[in-house]
Design a protein around this ligand. Structure first.
Ligand code: THU
Length: 524
C-alpha cells in the first residue's frame, strides 16, 4: 500500500531566492536565522541529510544520510501561503494574488453594498482588534459592515453578532466571494464576527474563511479522481477550498497537527496525507520571534523519530515549506526563499538532487508514485530517488558481465548491455570492434540483434555500462545509432539504466533519450 505524508512547515525557508529583490526581500534566510538561537536543535533532520542541501553549509552535514534531499525554487510570482501550497500541489501562479494597500476600489465596494443591502465602513488595511475598537460603535449605530484588509490578499468583514446574524454574515462573505473574481480574485474572504459592549468588543470563534478555488487541476484532484484518499490536516482543506480533499481535520497549532499526522499513520488508506504546521509562520515568523521559532523547529525535530519509527513499507515522508518568513529580517512579512525538501521512506534512496526549479515537482513526483498520469506544471524526480529493485540490480549485474566479453582493442573502451524480456529472459551484448573500424557494433545493438534474431521483441528494460577498460567512472549513454535501433524495437517508456557504478545508475526512459524520434509509424 502506497502512502505519502507531505508535511509543510509553514514559512521554513532555507535562504534568499535569486529573485528575492523583486519581492522586496534581501538578506533573508529563515533557517539560518533561527540556527543562531540557543534553542535550535537539528538532530533528526541532520541525520536525514538536510544539512547536505545546496546552500545549507551553515548547518552540520551528514556523511551517511538516510533521506533524499534537495532545495526548491518557487516558480510562482508570489510568496504567500495559498500560492505556495498550490504550487506544491502542481499549479504555478503567473501573478501574485491581489493586495489592497489603499483599500478596495469603488466599483467592488458598491457592488458588495448592492448585493448585501448594507453599507460599508473603513475599507483600509487594519489590525483586526483595532478595527472593531475604532469602527464597532458606528457599525452598531448604522448597521454597515466593517470591511478591511491587511498586507495579505484578504477581504475581511467584521460584524457584531447582535447586529448581523452569523448566517447573514456568512451569506455576505459568499456574495463577496462571487464579486471578487478575475483581477480582484483575493486569496480569502474572511468572516470576522465579534460580540460584547462598546469598549469591550471581542472576536468570537466563528471566524470563517472563504478561499479562492485553485485555478486548475491539482494532484489532490487527480488522486481523488483515482479513488485515493486525500486527508488534509490543519489549514490545507481551506487553502484548496476543499477541492480534491476526501477527509480533513482542522487543528489548532503544531502540536495538534503533529499528533493528527501521527494518528493518520495508523489509518488504513492509500493516498496522500497533507499536513500544514502553521505555528512557525503565524506565531513566530510574523512576530519576529527568533527563539520561539527555533523552539518550534526543535520540537518538530524531536517529534520526527516517533513518526519515522511507525512508518510502513510503502510510506514516503516529504517535508517541505511554502515560502519563508525570516523572523530577523527587516519586515514582518513573508520572505521569498528557497524551500527545503526532505524525502524519507523504504522506497527512497538517500540521494542529493541539488536545486530544483519548482515546488510543483513535488506534485509531479507524487503523481508518478501513485501511477497517475498527473504531472501538473512540475517534473517528476521519482526515478531519481527510488531505491534499485532486485530486477534492476540483476540486470545491471548482467550488463557488467557482458562488458567482460567486450572485444575493443582499438578504442580501449569496453561496453556491456543487458536487455530484459517480459518473461525474465535476459539478452547480453558487448561492443565488438574491427580493424577496419566501420564494421564495429555497439553493445546495445549486439544485445538487441541477438534477441530479435531469436524471435524476441517483448523488451521491458535495458541496462548499459561502459567506459575505458577498468572500473566504471560514470554513465556511458547509448550512441545515436543505438538509440535509433532501440526506438525500432522497444517501447518509448522502457526504462534504460545508465550505470554509474556496480549497483548505481541513472534511470531514463527511451523516450527521454530520443524524443520526437523517427519510428515505424512514419513509414505507414
Ligand atoms: N559503444 C557502445 O558499445 N555503445 C554505445 O552506444 C557507445 C559506443 C562502443 C563502440 C566502440 O567500440 C566504443 O564504444 C567507442 O566508441
Amino acid at each position: 500500500m502506497k502512502r505519502v505524508f507531505l508535511i509543510v512547515l509553514d514559512s521554513v525557508g532555507v535562504g534568499e531566492a535569486p529573485d528575492a529583490r523583486l519581492f522586496g526581500d534581501r538578506d533573508c534566510n529563515t533557517v539560518k536565522r533561527i540556527s543562531s538561537s540557543p534553542y535550535f536543535r537539528f538532530e533528526t533532520l541532520r541525520r536525514l541529510g538536510m544539512g547536505n542541501m545546496d546552500g545549507l553549509d551553515f548547518l552540520p552535514g551528514e556523511k551517511e544520510p538516510t533521506a533524499a534531499v534537495c532545495r526548491l525554487k518557487e516558480r510562482s510570482m508570489g510568496k504567500d501561503t495559498t500560492i505556495g501550497h498550490w504550487e506544491i500541489a502542481g499549479l504555478v501562479s503567473p501573478s501574485p494574488l491581489p493586495t489592497y494597500p489603499d483599500g478596495f476600489p469603488e466599483d467592488v465596494i458598491s457592488e458588495f453594498e448592492k448585493a448585501t443591502g448594507r453599507g460599508t465602513l473603513c475599507n483600509k488595511p487594519y489590525s483586526g482588534t483595532e478595527v472593531i475598537k475604532d469602527y464597532g460603535e458606528e457599525h452598531i449605530k448604522t448597521g454597515k459592515f466593517i470591511v478591511y484588509t491587511s498586507a495579505d490578499s484578504v477581504f475581511q468583514i467584521a460584524a457584531h453578532t447582535d447586529v448581523v446574524p452569523l448566517d447573514e454574515l456568512y451569506g455576505a462573505c459568499r456574495k463577496a466571494r462571487e464579486i471578487l473574481k478575475g483581477k480582484h480574485a483575493v486569496g480569502r474572504v474572511i468572516a470576522r464576527p465579534f460580540t460584547g459592549k462598546a469598549g469591550e468588543f471581542v472576536r468570537t470563534a466563528d471566524r470563517r474563511d472563504f478561499s479562492l478555488t485553485p485555478p486548475g487541476e491539482t494532484v489532490l484532484d487527480a488522486l481523488k479522481a483515482a479513488g485515493k484518499t486525500v486527508y488534509a490536516i490543519g489549514k490545507i482543506n481551506d487553502i484548496f477550498a476543499g477541492r480534491g480533499v476526501t477527509e480533513h481535520v482542522v487543528t489548532h497549532g503544531n502540536a495538534e497537527g503533529m499528533q493528527k499526522t501521527l494518528e493518520a499513520l495508523e489509518y488504513d488508506f492509500e493516498g496522500l496525507c497533507f499536513t500544514n504546521l502553521v505555528d512557525f509562520d503565524m506565531l513566530y515568523g510574523h512576530r519576529q520571534d527568533v527563539d520561539g521559532y527555533a523552539k518550534a523547529f526543535a520540537e518538530f525535530d524531536a517529534w520526527l523519530p516517533t513518526f519515522i519509527s511507525k512508518m510502513k513499507d510503502g510510506d514516503v515522508l516529504m517535508i517541505t515549506a511554502d515560502h519563508g518568513c525570516d523572523p530577523g529580517d527587516s519586515h514582518t512579512d513573508h520572505s521569498r526563499e528557497y524551500t527545503p525538501l526532505v524525502i524519507y521512506g523504504k522506497p527512497v534512496a538517500p540521494v542529493n538532487l541539488g536545486t530544483r526549479e519548482g515546488f510543483c515537482d513535488i506534485a509531479a513526483t507524487v503523481g508518478e508514485y501513485f501511477g497517475l498520469p498527473y504531472r501538473g506544471d512540475g517534473k517528476s524526480f521519482l526515478r531519481g530517488i527510488l531505491r534499485p529493485t532486485e530486477t534492476e540490480l540483476a540486470l545491471c549485474k548482467a550488463a557488467a558481465e557482458a562488458r567482460e566479453a567486450s572485444y575493443s582493442p582499438y578504442s580501449g573502451y569496453s561496453v556491456g548491455a543487458a536487455l530484459l524480456c517480459s518473461d525474465g529472459t535476459v539478452y547480453k551484448g558487448c561492443n565488438i570492434e574491427n580493424a577496419s573500424y566501420t564494421p564495429t557494433v555497439c553493445a546495445e545493438r549486439t544485445a538487441i540483434f541477438k534477441a530479435v534474431s531469436e524471435g524476441r521483441r517483448d523488451f521491458t528494460m535495458m541496462a548499459v555500462c561502459g567506459g575505458r577498460h577498468g572500473p566504471l567512472k560514470g554513465a556511458f549513454p547509448p550512441c545515436g545509432v543505438c538509440r535509433q535501433v532501440m526506438t525500432e524495437f522497444c517501447p518509448k517508456d522502457m526504462p534504460v539504466l545508465l550505470m554509474t557504478g556496480e549497483s548505481t545508475f541513472d534511470r531514463r526512459t527511451l523516450g527521454e533519450l530520443l524524443p520526437f524520434s523517427f519510428t515505424p509509424e512514419f513509414m505507414e
